[in-house]
Design a protein around this ligand. Structure first.
Ligand code: NAD
Length: 362
């Protein structure tokens, strides 16, 4: 078998991208064959949900505004009950990964189709991956039923995303694409999307930092979110995502910030094992072609520098991690096996976590 062989089953979704595209929400609900939508959001995004519901008139069954991180099963049940009471035949998830995650939890149980209107760059709208937390344990999995049927990307809705969250969320997306470039089940189409997704984010982050209301930069970032999210939905992730899942879930650290801090170190860990992927990541981040090709650490350093230059966190100790939890983090990361270009080695993982804790440039 050649390392160029692959199997790729494409998924089917309808994507509408553009400034003011959220104005088509009612038409898109109808296009899905639905008539009454339950609109999901976080408590903070209720005003936006109300604004989007108004022109829906009879097509809006109601609003459920209790979406929160990690999708507690009780929240999912409450939303599902409301959907039943109101006779909703679809869910419109307006928000980031937490709100879209709630929609997925409802879809998993009830089969209710989801229309996603993402307002961060996390990419959940493009994946069949779900997560539900019950009794403090987050169960995750893949199921085609939870993949949003339609996605409306409107850059105007991201103008309110605070700048620090915009930068970390964009780097969260870069992480999907970077790991997609060395995925065990990768394929040429996903690699093209990954490289272009990273390129969009490398353009967007400085643009947003220069002017957070810059609509061109917001368009770049949202297009990057679509590309990187598609990669996440189509190929398997490795050490970086495993570490972030463990750190975020077990030590209650903020999702996008953990991705931002860990990515340079996960890339450095894998750099010698997949030089071709590192070359592509570095090139997409704007590293000079000859350096990108010759220096396997160029990708890891470029991610670190991009974060640092734009005020994003670079150390776990600065985002709430406690030093005494490092050992436990390593144990958790070593517990289950999963594909990674370089095998998991205890001592090297200790070093990775230590460097990420202290924020040392790779
Ligand atoms: P989030 O959805 O938790 O949102 C963070 C905060 O930002 C919330 O308070 C929200 O109300 C607010 N917010 C969102 N968009 C805003 C906007 N435009 N303006 C102002 N405020 C806004 O954050 P996230 O990083 O998008 O999602 C993180 C969660 O998503 C994690 O639980 C993660 O596991 C999950 N996730 C899942 C997948 C998947 O494929 N299943 C992919 C990525 C992330």
């Amino acid at each position: 078998m050649s390392d160029r062989d692959f199997v790729y089953t494409s998924v089917s979704q309808r994507i509408r991208f553009g400034t003011h595209s959220v104005g088509t929400l009612k038409a898109e609900i109808e296009h899905m064959g639905c008539r009454r939508a339950l609109v999901l959001c976080t408590p903070e995004q209720r005003p936006l949900a109300q604004e989007l519901s108004k022109p829906l008139e009879g097509a809006a069954a109601g609003i459920f505004d209790q979406a929160r991180m990690h999708v507690p099963v009780e929240t999912a049940h409450a939303a599902q009950q409301l959907a039943r009471q109101l006779g909703a035949d679809c869910a419109v998830a307006v928000g980031g990964g937490s709100t879209i995650g709630l929609g997925k939890a409802i879809a998993l149980d009830s089969g209710l189709p989801i229309l996603a209107v993402p307002t961060t760059y996390a990419g959940s709208e493009m994946t069949p991956i779900f997560g539900v937390t019950e009794g403090g344990v987050k169960r995750t999995g893949r199921d085609a039923r939870v993949l949003p049927r339609t996605v409306i990307y409107d850059p105007l809705l991201t103008l309110t995303l605070p700048l620090p969250m915009s930068v970390t969320s964009a780097l969260n997306a870069v992480a999907h694409a970077a790991e997609g470039l060395y995925a065990a089940d990768g394929n040429p189409v996903m690699s093209l999307m990954a490289e272009e997704g990273i390129r969009c984010m490398a353009r967007a982050i400085p643009g947003l930092c220069a002017h957070a209301q810059d609509l061109r930069a917001r368009e770049d970032a949202l297009q990057g979110a679509w590309l990187c999210g598609t990669v996440l939905g189509n190929v398997g992730m490795a050490l970086h995502h495993k570490l972030c899942h463990t750190l975020g879930g077990s030590f209650d650290l903020p999702h996008a910030s953990v991705h931002t801090v860990v990515l340079p170190h996960a890339l450095a860990y894998n750099s010698a094992a997949v030089p071709g992927a590192m070359h592509r990541i570095a090139r997409a981040l704007g590293v000079d072609e000859s350096e990108a090709a010759a220096q396997p650490l160029a990708a890891a350093r470029a991610v670190f520098d991009l974060a640092q230059r734009h005020g994003a966190p670079t150390a776990l100790k600065d985002i709430g991690m406690r030093e005494e939890d490092l050992l436990r983090a390593r144990e958790l990361a070593m517990q289950s096996q999963y594909p990674n270009p370089r095998p998991l080695e205890g001592e090297a993982l200790d070093q990775l976590l230590r460097n990420a804790f202290d924020g040392i440039r790779p």
